[in-house]
Design a protein around this ligand. Structure first.
Ligand SMILES: [Ca+2]
Ligand SMILES: [Ca+2]
Ligand SMILES: [Ca+2]
Ligand SMILES: [Ca+2]
Ligand SMILES: [Zn+2]
Length: 496
């Protein structure tokens, strides 16, 4: 008897079910307490202000302004301070405003804005593997102050149709959740509001050391070229849970953006790096030519075709040995040390890669006793970044293996031709239309929503008859996508 499995984990992993992760971080708290004061930031990022405060303002006594005209010594630039390039030191006001450090080429690793362009150590971090046609914009390291509030401008050119924000923390820091806590469009519209992350127009995801945001992942509003403002957040606990906003903790977060051209209605394909774990459901040597995989791929393509998407080039990398033994059955999904997250760290075998990592395992057991059919590392997936805690989707192939013994290829195709596109659509940026408890919905205007989960608190498909036919229902019975969903899934850089 085939068990019905659910597909509800992606957004929950980005939110409340990770709440236990804080325990895993407990020993790291000492690292926060012993963090050095923010003096480096004060000198480097606000260097002009610092020099004014320490030098010029101290030298220029306001009584000098009332001095006789021939007594202008007090207005001169102090000899230890250089004149600003092209500046004019004739008057006090110009001197006080213009003088400052001389811009130098950006020097990596010092966490200073050497070239005075407002970005710290930009261009110093290895970029993601950039999909063809996209442009990587490195906005450098941002020091998140306690409580948040350090935004960076992003120039979005006219040719762009969307962008994917990628946030990373320092490798040497204890793991923290990082996310886009505020996003402001050129028009001034606040698309991510720190006070209401789940209700914000453009919902993002936080993760362990990795945060993403697909802009825009809702429908009905034109995408604006111009100057956007992106503000990272950083905290011990995930910020997406309902309830009071999680306070931001100080620390460095790297901010980069994949700018993506407008794609129109062109057919796009999504390349996949498939990782069978311990030869499940088949090892690479036989998987990609097996009747079952060919049928699954054809059914997945039929599902994705409604959005003019399809499965692109497929590569295959076996995970065997002790890793195969450990991850063949995923026994834990919560927290950064869970087998689920540790498996996603092993997505580097195909690097460099602009594909979506897809892990095939024999089973997934969540801490609450449920058995998810699939999990996406985050919404939306970190395109081109292999080896993060959110790099990939994991597919539970237990039914595939069971059905294969009886040769039920059509049933395998029906099941996994739905499960794989469902997880791929999470990766491409789409949330569930209705979550398991019916309390949370996507922010796409034309999708069916159900709000009554009945007395058991679980929204069964029978309680959401029409809505359950949508591919992105938390436990779908069908494969349909709305016009709004079709538009969103085409904006992610992994569609090529
Ligand atoms: Ca620097
Ligand atoms: Ca700089
Ligand atoms: Ca295991
Ligand atoms: Ca119910
Ligand atoms: Zn799902």
């Amino acid at each position: 008897m085939q068990k019905r499995r659910w597909l509800g984990w992606a957004v929950l992993l980005a939110g409340c079910s990770d709440a236990g992760g804080g325990e895993a971080f407990g020993p790291s708290l000492g690292g926060i307490a012993s963090r050095p004061p923010l003096d480096v930031w004060t000198v480097g990022d606000a260097g002009v202000l610092w020099d004014v405060a320490a030098g010029l303002d101290a030298a220029v006594d306001t009584s000098d302004l009332a001095a006789p005209a021939d007594d202008d010594v007090g207005l001169d630039v102090p000899p230890q301070l250089p004149d600003a390039p092209g500046g004019d030191a004739d008057t006090a006001s110009e001197t006080a405003i213009v003088d400052g450090p001389i811009a130098k080429p950006e020097s990596c690793g010092n966490l200073l804005d050497d070239d005075l362009d407002g970005l710290v150590d930009e261009g110093c971090v290895a970029p993601p593997d950039v999909p063809a046609g996209d442009v990587w914009s490195d906005l450098g390291w941002v020091q998140v102050p306690a409580g948040g509030g350090a935004g960076r401008p992003l120039q979005v050119p006219e040719w762009a149709g969307s962008f994917l924000v990628l946030l990373r923390q320092k490798d040497s820091d204890p793991l923290r959740h990082v996310w886009v806590r505020k996003l402001v469009a050129p028009s001034g519209a606040v698309l991510v509001d720190p006070a209401t992350p789940l209700a914000s127009k453009n919902r993002g995801s936080s993760g362990f050391g990795i945060g993403t945001l697909l802009v825009q992942n809702f429908d009905g509003a034109a995408f604006e070229p111009g100057t956007w403002t992106i503000e990272p957040g950083r905290a011990l606990d995930p910020p997406m849970v309902p309830g009071p906003p999680v306070p931001t903790s100080p620390g460095w977060v790297h901010l980069g953006v994949l700018l993506r051209p407008q794609v129109g209605s062109a057919k796009l394909t999504i390349p996949l790096d498939i990782y069978p774990v311990a030869g499940v459901p088949l090892p690479c040597a036989t998987l990609l030519t097996s009747p079952a995989w060919l049928a699954v791929r054809a059914q997945a393509n039929a599902t994705l075709e409604q959005a003019s998407l399809g499965v692109g080039d497929v590569r295959c990398f076996d995970i065997g040995g002790s890793d195969g033994d450990t991850f063949k059955y995923i026994d834990s999904v919560a927290g950064s040390d869970s087998e689920l997250r540790q498996l996603m760290l092993r997505s580097k075998l195909g690097a460099p890669s602009t594909a979506v990592p897809v892990f095939f395992v024999l089973g997934i057991s969540a801490e609450d006793g449920s058995e998810p059919a699939g999990v996406s590392g985050t919404i939306a997936g970190p395109a081109g970044l292999m080896g993060t805690h959110a790099s990939g989707i994991v597919i539970n192939t237990q039914d595939w293996v069971d059905l294969a013994t009886s040769g039920a290829v059509a049933k395998i195709a029906e099941t996994y031709g739905m499960v794989i596109p469902h997880e791929l659509c999470h990766w491409l940026g789409v949330n569930h239309t209705s979550e398991r408890d019916a309390s949370l919905h996507d922010l796409i205007s034309d999708t069916p929503q159900c709000t009554n989960a009945g007395t058991d608190g679980i929204l069964e498909p029978s309680e959401c008859s029409e809505g359950a036919q949508n591919l992105m229902f938390w436990m779908p019975l069908g494969t349909s996508l709305s016009a709004g969903q079709k538009a969103v899934v085409r904006r992610h850089p992994n569609g090529q």
